[in-house]
Design a protein around this ligand. Sequence first.
Ligand code: ADP
Length: 262
Amino acid sequence: MDRIKKLLDNQERSGKMLVRRDLELTQANEKLRELDAQKSEFISVVAHQLRTPLSGLKWTLRMITSGELGPLSPDQKAFLEKSYDSNERMIALVNDMLGANRLESGKLQYNFVPMDITTLVDSVLFDMKAEAKRKGIKISVSKEENLPLVEADPEKIRQVFQNLLENAIKYTIKDGDIEIKIKRDGDFLLISVSDRGIGIPQEQQVNIFTRFFRGANAVKMETDGSGLGLFVVKNLIEKHRGKTWFESEVGEGSTFYFTLGA
Ligand code: ADP
């Protein structure tokens, strides 16, 4: 009898302990959610506060560089152009931070419509032609005939494709070709962007979709970036119920894939 009583007492104690732990975990979770919301709010306020003076600076620099306010020596012009580029990079970083923050906080609005992915690809290519040419990179596109429309938000898919193509150009040192393929894959469209760039070291491959992660390959190359591009790509494609993945080998290049429901 004594043994049974002891067992029952033990069971009751364990039960109470579990309830207490459960409560502690719920409270810790709430605290974490609160901290996360505060962090998002902080990033949003800082980014918005930075954007206004950076935009002001952009127009001032542009006006002085253009010579509207008086003639400039070649040295002065060169320094001002450098400052303009740095300012542009800061604006891009702030915009990336705001975009990723909005995405994470679930505040992004989606406007799903039937869209033609090939038109969008052509338009992004047009915007990036100059940068690719500057690095001696040729971009080819192969598309299957009669591709169906996809139900997607064109602005978000533009962002996805732009981030992938920007990376393909950025992480190619020079002269490598880039190939874009669009084809059907069952009920999906499969879009891939292949480059012959520096490739991603095996041990870093698990991290590259993580927010703010920049690979040692990228840092070594001294390229600009916030480490937010692929985080944004993966999240936007997930919101479209598609998938994102990649294959990469150091020195050989990388191929990034994403799918969209047809
Ligand atoms: P960012 O380019 O701003 O660093 P991303 O989120 O777009 O950030 O990419 C994360 C990391 O993945 C990069 O820092 C780089 O190490 C690696 N990466 C992405 N795309 C490529 C690519 N096409 N070739 C080689 N490395 C890449």
